[in-house]
Design a protein around this ligand. Structure first.
Ligand code: EPZ
Length: 420
């Protein structure tokens, strides 16, 4: 029987919640193990389903993954295994695409199905990955629903991303480390996870400059050494918990082990809507506010307002006084969850697939929900925590893909949430 969350809403929330290592940082480090013989030590690894899938992928590709306890993992290549990426794993998470480049660079061939994970992008295309690998000399064979890439030796290339892509930037930056010659990537994503990945690769012997800016230059090297990497705090978790605290507005909540500097766009919004917050070096304190005001938001690549925070912010706007426009510019399905919010009592009008107007404040009522994807899921949990009555939430695998021990951490601040 598949497990569910049962939440009784409107409990006052207060206390401390700790942020885990960033899912979208950790998932880009596991594949590096394919590119070196020495071990990689990862610290502050979140204990989440997507990381378990990445570890299973490494084992399937001939590596030993040792859990040293205390969120520390050690990965060591045991045998040079160049096989097809296991389809059942690739279909479970989008970041599986990060294993393609390292295999291509070290084995000269890789066969894989179209990567899965969230269904938020129409097909979550990988055209920019394929185009980048082709520019580096790979031959791509596009089959029914899978790809075969081959390359004798990858060569450095000049690649311009027509759209800003986070994993596209990370994948080609990583792969170019072992290509021959110089690669210039232009119109790159600038997320903090990208800078952290480049710092790690440089400590492993890579030659990368410009990460965190739109232009990244990589000079290929013959080999990479092992390394140790403390995963940066998950800025999306930290921002989501800050929004939860503002929406619940029922007590003082302290969010710890986070990096407030990665959430500038959220603090700018909080200033406008009247959230009572204080930023520490690695903590955020949210206190009850007299009144939350409505404010429009437009999602944008980093350092703009993160699309991964849009769903939580939309729930906050159902409690804000006034009318706000939510403009989701990155994905074409990330506002679909507002249907469910409306069924809970929210007053939301979908203007078009990318824009919704929220009128608040409205009372929300608990009901039976199914989680569509990771970030919509956490938003519906926030809605359930502030709604009147009981909410039953199924398909919580989607939540457990990205949030470690969510029920436990929410119980810790007073939420009435049971996993059954
Ligand atoms: C990363 O996805 C994150 N995932 C996403 O978080 C996040 O929402 C997204 O960046 C944007 O910030 C990971 O890091 C594992 P993109 P990514 O490539 O890299 C289009 C979560 O909940 N595109 O920046 O896959 C794409 O369809 C996840 O943790 C192409 O058209 O996103 C989208 O519209 C969800 N062709 C836009 O670019 C390509 O080849 C941005 O996507 C690649 C992407």
């Amino acid at each position: 029987m598949e497990s569910k969350f049962v939440i009784n809403g409107q409990k006052p929330l207060s206390g401390t919640i700790k942020v885990k290592g960033a899912k979208n940082a950790a998932l880009k480090v596991f594949p590096l193990a394919l590119m070196m013989d020495e071990p990689i030590k990862m610290i502050n690894v979140p204990d989440i389903e997507d990381c378990h899938r990445a570890q299973e992928m490494l084992v399937a590709l001939g590596h030993e993954v040792k859990d040293l306890g205390g969120s520390v993992m050690q990965i060591q290549r045991k045998s040079k295994v160049c096989v097809n990426l296991p389809a059942d794993l690739v279909n479970k998470f989008r970041a599986a695409v990060m294993f393609v480049g390292p295999l291509l660079a070290t084995c000269g061939e890789v066969y894989f199905p179209h990567p899965g994970g969230c269904v938020i992008g129409a097909t979550r295309p990988i055209d920019m990955f394929l185009d980048g690998f082709a520019k580096m000399g790979a031959k791509a064979e596009i089959l029914e629903n899978s790809y075969r890439l081959t390359a004798k030796k990858l060569r450095g290339a000049k690649i311009f991303f027509p759209k800003v892509t986070v994993t596209g930037t990370e994948s080609l930056m990583t792969t170019a480390c072992l290509a021959q010659g110089e690669t210039i990537l232009e119109n790159c994503a600038m997320e903090p996870e990208i800078s952290a990945l480049a710092d790690l690769l440089n400590r492993m012997g890579a030659k990368i400059s410009g990460a965190g800016t739109p232009t990244i230059k990589i000079t290929g090297v013959d080999k990479l050494g092992g390394g140790e990497y403390k995963i940066i705090p998950d800025r999306i978790e930290a921002g989501t918990f800050a929004i939860l605290a503002a929406a619940s507005n029922s007590g003082e909540i302290i969010i710890e082990d986070c990096e407030p500097a990665h959430l500038g766009a959220l603090w700018a919004l909080f200033d406008k809507i009247g959230v009572n917050y204080e930023l520490g070096k690695s903590s955020i304190k949210i206190k009850p506010s007299a009144k939350i005001l409505a404010e429009d938001v437009v999602t944008h690549e980093y350092p703009g307002f993160a699309t991964d925070l849009q769903s939580a912010y939309t729930v906050l706007m159902t409690q804000a006084h006034g009318s706000s426009l939510i403009h989701e510019t990155i994905y074409d399905r990330r506002l679909l969850f507002t249907d469910t919010l409306t069924q809970m009592g929210a007053d939301i009008i979908m203007a078009d697939p990318h824009r919704a107007v929220v009128n608040g404040p409205t009372k929300l009522y608990g009901r039976k929900l199914v989680i569509p994807d990771l970030r919509a899921g956490i938003a519906l949990i926030i809605a359930a925590l502030i709604a009147k009555g009981k909410t039953e939430i199924s398909n919580i695998y989607q939540i457990e893909r990205g949030y470690e021990d969510l029920a436990g951490r929410l119980k810790n601040i007073g939420a009435d949430i049971q996993k059954i």
